[in-house]
Design a protein around this ligand. Structure first.
Ligand code: SAH
Ligand code: SF4
Ligand code: F3S
Length: 497
């Protein structure tokens, strides 16, 4: 694998196929008397979500429209994840369900992309057992989608286009469809160099390659100008941003430049690696109020011995130092983490060290995972894999502790009135809205009677009330009640009308 910076010429060659594809799709739509549709099913992390936004951008640029939930799409793309074993299992189950649909619509196009495609055995399985899959491509090959579609539509052959190169594409020139009206996902770097011994990402996403800060900042300025309130800077290890380039600014500097752009009320970033985060990042967060009051700092384990075998390059003491500095400098902010239970060789003592650090950091929430043995990674061959019953038992204990901490964190903000960025309808009820505080806390809230917007009173009990119309707006919400994983509240007033 090697990093290949894609030239503008080459990208233009792919993009030049778009007009003829568009013509073909339009003609097929006319013939059928109904426009052709697509659906992208996305698994995994925000980087995959961001990739799917590019895939959708390309699909829409050739004239496809998103299929409604009850429609069988003409173009179906699975963007896969393989971080843990259950991610893999889900894909093959889901694919099977589309066999019958493909039989009914022989022109249906099914493609699989994403991290699973970087594992040869998955490609082999698709070649052999899923003949109705038309194309496979890798996470670094999305810009080639016009050419993949062109080959399939013109030559009617299956296309397997997973390349070995780690492409770096100037994102500005790939069409992107931002799925949320208020949030723009902006990758600042691709790949990962860390080779944590449990993790597949360095194998599926290749080596670290940073986009140029000039390009990122100009994209951010455009996004702010077009009304996005929230931006999410993405990378597997944002704190090593720029290390692969000469004369590039640091992540803390990039964050500061982003914060200075007028327009964004929330700048978020994911993910920070404890070995690379600088104190400067914490001080920059403190200095700019439009940087989210939240740090996601995956700990993985609280035991220095386990961290060493995980190849994380920090120990318990260093982790605590960063976490506690963050707590001291930004006392109102939230601190969240990822934890793996049952890593090979984890003793009861190691696990107790994890519980101890969890207690000391008082994480506001945590993603907890049972260790999953991933073929090809170093830890898969470690001796002392932990029996499932012990993993389950430890996992239960961790969950119990973390649930108590999450609840107490939620309780601590009851009585506050906080600025909420509204995301739309909640999962609870049609008249309940959902949004997040600036510390990334999930808030479900109602609009009481008497609240006006643009001089008109809002009636959330009306049958035609549509909570989604408020997506992307900012409001002050009074927090009234803590729930295990969220809080409840009541809207006080809208901030921007
Ligand atoms: N780049 C991020 C993590 C990305 S993967 C970081 O280094 O922090 C997201 C999370 O999945 C990881 O933080 C880890 O907790 C979990 N994870 C990754 N591989 C795993 C495995 N093999 N088994 C269980 N959890 C895993
Ligand atoms: Fe995986 Fe480690 Fe890279 Fe995160 S830093 S993506 S856990 S290898
Ligand atoms: Fe999954 Fe790939 Fe993300 S393995 S977690 S989709 S980088």
């Amino acid at each position: 694998m090697s990093t290949v910076i894609l030239s503008q010429d080459e990208l233009s060659r792919y993009n030049s196929l778009i007009p003829s594809l568009k013509k073909r799709i339009a003609e097929a739509g006319i013939e059928r008397g109904q426009p052709l549709t697509y659906r992208v099913k996305t698994y995994g992390c925000q980087l995959n979500e961001s990739d799917s936004e590019k895939i959708e951008g390309i699909l829409q640029s050739i004239g496809l429209i998103e299929a409604s939930e009850d429609q069988s799409p003409d173009f179906l793309i699975f963007n896969t994840c393989t971080i843990r074993e259950n991610a893999d299992i889900r894909l093959f189950g889901n694919l099977g369900a589309y066999k019958a649909q493909k039989r009914q619509n022989r022109d249906m196009f099914i493609a699989v992309c994403g991290c699973m495609m970087k594992q040869q055995e998955n490609i082999e399985r698709i070649k052999k057992s899923f003949p109705y899959v038309d194309a496979c491509f890798g996470p670094a090959d999305i810009h080639m989608l016009p050419s993949i579609l062109d080959k399939k539509l013109n030559q009617r052959k299956r296309v397997f286009a997973v390349s070995d190169e780690d492409y770096l594409v100037d994102d500005v020139d790939v069409p992107v469809l931002h799925k949320r009206k208020f949030r723009a996902l902006v990758p600042i770097m691709y790949g990962c160099n860390n080779f944590c011994t449990y993790c597949v990402v360095p194998y599926t996403r290749g080596r670290e390659r940073s986009r140029s800060s000039a390009q990122i900042l100009s994209q951010l300025r455009e996004l702010a100008a077009s009304g996005y309130k929230e931006v999410m800077l993405l990378g597997q290890n944002v704190n090593s941003y720029g290390n692969d380039k000469e004369d590039e600014i640091s992540f803390a500097e990039l964050l500061e430049e982003a914060a200075k752009i007028p327009g964004f009320s929330r700048i978020r970033f994911m993910t920070s690696h404890p070995k690379d985060i600088s104190e400067e990042v914490i001080y920059t967060m403190k200095k700019y109020k439009n940087i989210e009051r939240h740090l996601h700092l995956p700990m993985q384990s609280g035991s220095s011995a386990v961290l060493k075998r995980m190849n994380r390059h920090y120990d318990q003491e260093q982790y605590l130092k960063t976490a506690l500095l963050f707590r001291k400098e930004l006392p109102d902010a939230t601190l969240t983490t990822d934890i793996i239970v049952g890593f090979p060789g984890e003793t009861e003592e190691d696990f107790l060290a994890t519980l101890d650090v969890v207690e000391k950091c008082r994480f506001d929430s945590a993603f907890t995972f049972q260790y999953s043995r991933r073929p090809g990674t170093k830890a898969a061959d470690y001796p002392d894999q932990i029996p499932q019953d012990i993993v389950t038992e430890r996992f239960g204990r961790l969950l119990e502790l973390q649930n108590a901490l999450t609840f107490s964190s939620n309780e601590s903000c009851v009585g506050n009135t906080e600025e909420i960025l509204i995301e739309g309808k909640s999962a609870t009820a049609p008249d309940v809205l959902t949004g997040r505080t600036n510390s990334n806390r999930l808030v479900n809230f109602r609009i009481p009677s008497g609240i006006q917007l643009n001089g008109k009173e809002i009636d959330s009990t009306a049958s035609d009330f549509d909570a989604d119309q408020f997506e992307g707006m900012l409001a002050m919400v009074s927090i009234t009640r803590a729930k295990p994983y969220s809080v409840e509240g009541e809207l006080v007033r809208f901030i921007d009308e």
